[in-house]
Design a binder for this molecule. Structure first.
Ligand code: AAL
Length: 415
C-alpha cells in the first residue's frame, strides 16, 4: 500500500514538474501569451500565476469595480452623554438600525456604574456595584434618530431580570429581527461577572409588537452550546439573525482553544444555527464553524447569497467574504479601517430576498474611548459603499492615509 502511494506521489510530482518545465520551455520558444495591458473582464484562457488567477475569483478583478470593496468613513454620534468620559457610562455593541414609522431605532449595551470596570482578570473582585468588564452590569437600551447621526436615548428596552433568571447579572450585545410584524431582540444573558469563566453567557430572545416595547422574554439558551470538547463549548456570542431561504439564519461567534488553560491562545470562529421560528428551536449547521475569522458578526443578504465582514481576529481578518449559500464563505475583498462590531442598516435583512442589495451605512463601536483605568466605549456611525444601488468612487479609493501620530501611537513599549 505504502509502495503504491509512493509511486503515485512520485508520478504526480513528476507530471507537475514536467508541466512547469514545459511552460518554461514554451516561454523560451516565445510561444506563450502575455497578460494584456487592458484588464480582461474574464479569466484568460492561458497559464496564469496563482495570484493573477486568483484576481478573477473576486467579484471583479479591479478592486475599484468590486461591489464588495469599500472604504469606511466615520462620524461621531450626537445626543449621547458619557459623564465626561470618567468610565462610569459606556455604550457599545449596537444592533443593526431599523427604520420604523419615520425614524431609525437602535439597541445597544449600556453600562451605568459607580466605578469603571476592573477588568476580566480581576473578575473575582466584581460585586453588585463593581463591574468586571465593560459589558458587565449592563442593560439593553434603545435610541431613535431621524438621520442616523443625532440620536435620542429613549430608555431601557431590556432590563436585567431578578436573580436567578437568565441575564440577572448583565444583558448585552443585542441584535434585532423583524418577523411577521413582530420584533425580536437576541442578546447575551450573563449569570456571572464576565471573566470568571471566560466570557460565559447563553443567548436569550425577547419579543415585542412595537420597537418601543414592552419586551417579553421568549426563550433562553436559544443557541445550544457545543458539547464538552467541541469548538463552541464555552461561548455563544454576538447573535445576529437574517432571514434567508425562508428561515431564520442566526450567526454567532465563539472564542475557543482558550479555557481553562490556554487563555492567551484563543481563536475565534462563527457558527450558524437555523430555525423556522424566532423562538427556536435552532439547529446547528453541520459544517460549523462557517467562518474562521472575525471578532463580531456582520452578515447580510447579497445578490443570491450572504456576505460577511470579518474583522480583528483570525487569518482572514479585515476581509469581506461571500457565500452562495450562507455557509461556504470565500474572501471577496480585503479592507482597511474596518468598523468594529459593525451593525449595518440593511433594508432587506429580513425580507427573505433572493437579490440582496447591500448597504451604505451602519453603526459600530470604539472600545478605547477612555483610558486604561477609566475604560468605556462609544457608538459611532460609519458610511461606505457596499450597495449595488449606490456608487460613489470616493469609497472605492484604496489608500487610507493616517497621520504619522497614528503609527507612532503604536510605538514599542519602553521595555
Ligand atoms: C464584544 C462581543 C461580545 C463579547 C463582548 C461583549 O465585542 O464579542 O459582547 O461578549 O465583546
Amino acid at each position: 500500500m505504502k509502495l503504491i502511494h509512493t509511486i503515485l506521489v512520485c508520478s504526480l510530482l513528476y507530471l507537475g514538474f514536467s508541466c512547469s518545465e514545459k511552460s518554461a520551455e514554451s516561454k523560451e520558444d516565445g510561444e506563450f501569451q502575455v497578460f494584456p495591458h487592458r484588464m480582461p473582464s474574464e479569466k484568460p484562457d492561458f497559464p496564469l500565476s496563482a495570484s493573477t488567477e486568483r484576481m478573477f475569483d473576486y467579484p471583479a478583478p479591479r478592486v475599484q469595480d468590486n461591489e464588495l470593496f469599500t472604504q469606511f468613513k466615520y462620524t461621531r454620534l450626537q445626543g449621547f452623554d458619557y459623564n465626561n468620559g470618567d468610565g462610569t457610562v459606556s455604550r457599545r455593541d449596537p444592533s443593526r438600525p431599523i427604520f420604523v414609522n419615520g425614524q431609525y431605532y437602535m439597541w445597544y449595551t449600556k453600562r451605568v456604574t459607580k466605578v469603571p470596570p476592573i477588568g476580566a482578570s480581576r473578575a473575582k473582585e466584581a460585586t453588585n456595584e463593581i463591574p468586571s468588564t465593560d459589558w458587565d452590569l449592563c442593560d439593553i437600551w434603545y435610541a431613535t434618530s431621524k438621520d442616523g447621526i443625532t440620536w435620542e436615548e429613549k430608555g431601557i428596552a431590556i432590563k436585567r431580570p431578578e436573580k436567578p433568571q437568565p441575564g440577572w447579572r448583565s444583558v448585552a450585545t443585542p441584535d434585532i429581527l423583524v418577523w411577521k410584524g413582530k420584533y425580536y431582540l437576541y442578546y447575551q444573558a450573563f449569570n456571572e461577572p464576565s471573566g470568571l469563566k471566560g466570557d460565559w453567557c447563553p443567548v436569550s430572545v425577547s419579543y415585542a409588537d412595537s420597537p418601543d416595547g414592552p419586551w417579553t422574554v421568549g426563550a433562553d439558551e436559544v443557541i445550544p452550546f457545543g458539547k464538552k470538547g467541541e469548538w463552541d463549548q464555552d461561548a455563544t456570542h454576538d447573535p445576529q439573525p437574517i432571514v434567508y431561504k425562508g428561515k431564520i439564519y442566526l450567526y454567532y461567534k465563539a472564542a475557543y482553544n482558550k479555557w481553562p488553560d490556554l487563555r492567551d491562545k484563543y481563536a475565534v470562529a462563527h457558527g450558524l444555527v437555523i430555525a423556522d421560528n424566532p423562538l427556536g428551536p435552532f439547529v446547528k449547521h453541520k459544517l460549523n464553524p462557517v467562518l474562521s475569522s472575525g471578532h463580531e458578526t456582520t452578515y447580510f443578504p447579497f445578490r443570491g447569497g450572504v456576505a460577511a465582514l470579518a474583522i480583528k481576529d483570525g487569518n482572514e481578518r479585515e476581509t469581506m467574504q461571500y457565500s452562495e449559500d450562507g455557509v461556504n464563505f470565500r474572501i471577496a475583498s480585503v479592507l482597511s479601517l474596518t468598523p468594529t462590531a459593525a451593525a449595518p442598516f440593511v433594508t432587506d435583512a429580513f425580507t427573505n430576498t433572493k437579490d440582496g442589495r447591500g448597504f451604505t451605512w451602519g453603526l459600530s463601536h470604539f472600545i478605547n474611548a477612555g483610558t486604561r483605568d477609566k475604560s468605556y466605549s462609544i457608538i459611532a456611525r460609519f458610511d461606505c459603499d457596499l450597495s449595488l444601488d449606490f456608487n460613489d468612487p470616493i469609497f472605492k479609493n484604496t489608500g487610507v492615509w493616517h497621520k504619522p501620530e497614528v503609527y507612532f501611537a503604536q510605538g514599542m513599549e519602553r521595555k
